[in-house]
Design a protein. Structure first.
Length: 151
């Protein structure tokens, strides 16, 4: 079994600033700097989208404390066409889990019916000098999840 900790849920937005403002003002979420502006070869490999550009923010969810999980609101360029919204249609991009050994965790997901979406990559966390190693996979039903480790 993988030793994991829930870290964030990703929501893809047409306009991340407007959507983040809604979550802050209406649902008492709190901005967690820095803003994200991700592009380049590692992000393209990790997402399996050539020329991709991600931008957005993390919002601390209310009631979970300063170390609780966040809602990650990102906009993508290019942005795929959205299906019509219905109450029973998924709308979130992925669920993320922090793990101690990302290589072993990735292998465990794949061994239990998951599939790889992109490659395992390393991206900076703003200008903090720290990095995330991360990858996208699917669960057996095709829902996207992220595994990550901070370095």
């Amino acid at each position: 079994m993988i030793q994991a900790k829930y870290t964030h849920t990703n929501l893809i937005a047409v306009d991340w600033r407007t959507l983040a403002k809604f979550y802050i003002e209406v649902l008492d979420c709190e901005l967690v700097p820095p803003e994200r502006d991700l592009r380049g070869e590692p992000v393209e490999r990790g997402t399996a989208i050539p020329g991709v550009h991600l931008s957005g923010v993390h919002l601390r969810l209310p009631g979970v404390g300063s170390d609780g999980p966040t809602l990650e609101i990102f906009s993508y360029e290019p942005l795929a066409a959205a299906a019509a919204k219905k109450v029973n249609r998924p709308g979130f991009g992925h669920i993320a889990f922090a793990v101690e050994d990302i290589d072993a965790a990735r292998a465990e997901v794949l061994a239990h019916g998951g599939r790889a979406v992109g490659e395992l990559v390393k991206t900076p966390i703003g200008d903090t000098g720290h990095y995330y190693r991360w990858c996208y996979l699917t669960d057996p039903e095709g829902n996207i999840l992220e595994l990550q480790v901070k370095e």
